[in-house]
Design a protein around this ligand. Structure first.
Ligand SMILES: *Cc1c(COP(=O)(O)O)cnc(C)c1O
Length: 243
């Protein structure tokens, strides 16, 4: 597919996703502005990702820090980058200046590494805590039992601001994910009451291509969409598209 073809396809997919987001918001009595679409560009190269801001989507997500750095260098500075995958502590310092929001803080040690790096930069960082949703082959994320210890640690933070929770539901029928999303919302509400400013847990990052409408109905403020936008674009791109 040539570049105009890819752009046209992406524009059509974005329009279809937009309609589905609006319908889900209507069903839930929510305003569309309450939900941010994060386009997950991990399967496409920078040339395809660069079409997103041209089409009006400025929130882009990557699950690997190095890939985020690479694409952030190639795309306009107007893009807001979201890190949605595991962050190794030795990559924190290089990731902070390039990232608007880290969705995937999955351990206390990582939280502490982010706090020290933010203190060195004298610049606040916004993060979400990743909550383990029972994914069998995933070790990442806090368990509900971890949250008490976490609360103590969070009280010592000066530069790191907790803005909400993130989870990844297992790949299954969307309706089967509803209890997971509802539980995340309850955990968020509870933590929000327990954590004083500057923390403010307004966000729920939940919902992927398979289940985003249910996530919006259950209160998602970020949906992270990859395949529904980019299916087929990874392999169809001719060599000139690769860098
Ligand atoms: C890849 C990825 C997504 C997007 O998944 P799709 O099912 O392709 O929409 C969302 N969140 C995370 C953490 C991911 O790694």
């Amino acid at each position: 597919m040539d570049q105009p073809g890819v752009r046209k396809l992406l524009a059509e997919r974005l329009a279809a996703v937009e309609e589905r987001l609006q319908a889900a918001c209507r069903r839930a009595g929510r305003r569309r502005e309450e939900v941010t679409l994060v386009a997950v560009t991990k399967t496409v190269d920078a040339a395809v990702a660069a079409l997103l801001p041209e089409l009006g989507v400025f929130d882009l997500g990557e699950n690997r820090p190095q890939e985020l750095w690479r694409k952030a260098a190639a795309l306009p500075g107007t893009v807001r980058w979201h890190l949605i995958g595991h962050l190794q502590r030795n990559k924190v310092a290089a990731t902070l200046p390039r990232t608007t929001l880290i969705h995937s803080v999955d351990s206390l040690r990582l939280l502490e590494a982010i706090e020290s790096a933010a203190a060195r930069r004298q610049s606040p960082v916004e993060v979400l805590l990743e909550i383990h949703a029972g994914l069998e082959n995933s070790k990442q994320g806090f368990r509900p039992d971890d949250l008490a210890a976490l609360l103590e640690a969070v009280k010592t933070l000066r530069w790191t601001r907790l803005r909400g929770l993130m989870t990844m539901a297992p790949l299954q029928a969307a309706e089967a994910c509803r209890p997971i999303f509802a539980a995340l919302r309850r955990q968020r509400d509870q933590l929000k009451r327990q954590l004083p400013p500057p923390h403010d847990l307004v966000h729920l990052s939940m919902g992927m291509s398979n289940d985003f409408e249910v996530a919006v109905e259950e209160g998602a403020t970020f949906v992270r969409l990859g395949s529904v936008l980019f299916d087929g674009l990874m392999h169809d791109a001719p060599p000139s598209w690769r860098n």
